[in-house]
Every structure is written in C-alpha cells, then in structure tokens.
Design a protein around this ligand. Structure first.
Ligand code: SF4
Length: 371
C-alpha cells in the first residue's frame, strides 16, 4: 500500500504554517525547564547524552541521572576515558543498559574518528553506536539547528491525530507518511525548538488516553492545535493512533541466590546478557522449582545447596517480560567453588561500588542494611 492510499487527512499549507507558528509559541511560553535545556548546547554533547537517556525513560527519571552524568563526565573525552564499570555505575537503575555501553563506545569513536568533536553531519551522527534516525535528527536539530525531522512515540501519536491517520501506525507506509509529515512541518529556522515543542505537546497535551482537548470546549483550550485537528473535530481521539498489534507480555519465574561466606558474598558479572552485560548480580536463573534451581546451581558451581522458602519475592518488568523473582537466602551450602564457574566471592564492603541491575541492588541494599 502506498502512503497516498492510507486513510488520512493531510493539512493544507496554510494549516501547516499555523501549526508551525503555534508550536514555536508554545515552546516559548510553556516548555518545561529541563537541565539539558538550561544553556544552549553548541557542541552536541549534552543533547546527545540527554537524548540517549530519554529513550524508553521518562523525563522526570532522567533529570537526576543527567546531572550526575554531566558532573562525572563533562566532555566527550572524559566519557571516552572512563571505564565501562564507571559508566554503568552512573547508569545504575536507569535500565536498558545497552544504551550506556553504546554511549561509551560512541564517545571512544568520536575521540578516535572526530578528534573528540561531536560530528555535525547526519551520516556521521547516525553512524555512532546507539543512534538511530530519530536520535540523529533530534541532536542535529536541537544542538545545531539543522532542518532535520523527528519521529518518536510522542510525535507519532500527535502527528497521527493531526492527519487523522486511520491505519496501523506501525505499517511501513504509515511510518513513511508520518516521516514525510514531520519533514513538511519543519520551519526554516528554530528547528530544534520546533521539534522539542512537538514532543512536548505530544507528552503533555496530546496524551495517549486523555488528550487535553477531550474536556469542555469552554474550560479546556490547552491544545494549541485544536482548531486544526481533524481527530478532535471528528472525536476520534480514542481510536487514533491506531495499532493492530498490541504488545504481548510474557510471565516468567526467576530465582536469585544469596550465599554469604564470612564477609564475602557470591556474585557474577554478566558477560553474555542482552540486558545486563557488564553489570554485577547474584547467581540468578530462569527457573521456578527448587529442585531444578539446586541442580542448576550445582552443575554450574559444584556447590550443593538446600533451599527453603524465598526470603523475598520481587515483581519487576524487563522489556516484554513480567517477572516474579524469588530471592533465596541460602543458609545451607557445601562444596568448593568450581574454577571458571562465572561466580566469584566478593567482599561485602565492595558491593556498594559495583554497578548492579535494579533487583540485585535491592537485594544488596537489604543485605548491607542487615550486616
Ligand atoms: Fe491531540 Fe486533541 Fe490537540 Fe488534536 S486537538 S492534537 S487530538 S490534543
């Protein structure tokens, strides 16, 4: 299906001009005061770091991480010279750790390939690890005012409604049309403010379930685009954006083992994990039944254990998984740790300094509080 066959209402040039003016006005008067907006970023570094942190993560969470990160690594060079463990430690709790590893790898690449100066061409920026079409456009428009379109979660929703796109937004033809709309909307200057304004309106006004145009016409006029929005005019906010495929969540049972020997605790460092590469953790497996957990651990470590009831159960989510994590305090164990098991006895005093995933940190905090 070509984009011209998609059911939608494309606005006129005149409407597009009005949308531009209103978006820029909104940014001047209503944009949030965020740490990465405090000063203009003329070298791209702050914008880049903030954009990577904002992928999959809410603004409110990112703020403190951003400030700490900038304090520790104020330049691309400082980031490139840090160890992976230092970078991961500052990322601890932000999740999606691949972003941190890619950011670190990209900083090294910028130092080696671009003398430590953040590149300013689309080709060079998209070539950096962890940077896709959206992120490259966001960095180049925000930091260098280049005329680059953006399309991410908030703008997909906003644009779909502004063109009343009655098709699955995930379809290739829909994505193509939305990118085209993003490009057509761009003004000749202030593209960074403009793009940020669109994301801001998407996040704060054109919200997924209760967009700010749903209320009374007299009381609620906070969406600047209301008089240009066919979705509002036709009361289709509840069905647009349309998506055929909903995310299917999977339930999973995991187990975590806490073994303490004197002043040492048994840990592992993930090396082959999509989620947690480079992070420290307690022995952990994707098993539910105690007999299987005991068998798995013995085969890996040569230490036999006897489990009783879990000391704690943590429920958490990673990507599409909804995980029930049973944490066992293993009081009965026997045997000498096998070489190359992947586990290591670490002094309890070092735990605080190691980068850990969120659930391991929860268990570690509890452990340290009791020791
Ligand atoms: Fe979104 Fe409503 Fe504004 Fe349309 S009028 S852009 S649906 S908030």
């Amino acid at each position: 299906m070509s984009e011209t066959e998609l059911i939608h209402q494309y606005p006129s040039q005149e409407t597009i001009r009005k949308i531009r003016r209103k978006a820029l006005k909104f940014f001047d008067s209503d944009a949030r005061d965020l740490p990465w907006r405090k000063e203009h970023d003329d070298n791209g570094y702050r914008t880049w770091v903030s954009e990577i942190m904002l992928q999959q993560t809410q603004v409110v969470t990112v703020k403190a991480y951003f400030l700490r990160f900038m304090k520790a690594f104020p330049t691309v060079k400082a980031l490139a010279e840090a160890t992976e463990e230092e970078v991961l430690k500052l990322w601890e709790g932000l999740g999606y750790y691949r972003r941190a590893r890619s950011l670190h790898a990209a900083a090294k690449m910028i130092v080696e390939k671009h003398d430590g100066v953040f590149p300013q061409t689309f080709e060079d920026v998209i070539d950096l690890p962890g940077v896709g079409r959206y992120t490259a456009g966001a960095i180049l428009s925000i930091a260098f005012d280049q005329k680059q379109p953006i399309l991410e979660g908030n703008t997909i929703r906003l644009f779909s409604r502004l063109i009343q796109l009655e098709e699955d937004v995930k379809k290739t033809a829909s994505q193509k049309l939305l990118w085209q709309f993003a490009e057509d909307l761009l003004p000749n200057k202030n593209c960074g403010d403009f793009n940020q304004s669109l994301m801001e309106i998407g996040a704060l006004v054109c919200k997924p379930t209760s967009p700010e145009c749903n209320g009374s016409e007299l009381l609620n006029d906070s969406c600047p685009f209301r008089s240009h929005c066919p979705t509002f005019a036709n009361s289709l906010q509840a069905t647009i954006p349309f998506s055929e495929k909903k995310t299917v969540y999977e339930k999973r049972n995991d187990a975590l083992l806490l073994l303490i020997n004197g002043n040492k605790v048994l840990l592992q460092k993930h090396t082959q994990s999509d989620w947690w590469d480079g992070l420290w953790d307690f022995p952990r497996c994707q098993l539910d039944r105690q007999v299987e957990i005991q068998k798995w651990f013995y085969e890996k470590s040569a230490i036999s254990i006897k489990l009783s009831k879990p000391a704690q159960t943590i429920r958490h989510a990673v990507t599409k998984y909804r995980i029930k994590l049973d944490c066992y305090l293993v009081e009965e164990f026997d045997g000498k740790l096998k070489r190359n098991s992947g586990f290591i006895w670490k002094p309890l005093s070092q735990i605080d300094d190691l980068p850990m995933n969120s659930t391991a940190r929860k268990v570690a905090d509890k452990l340290l509080a009791n020791n």
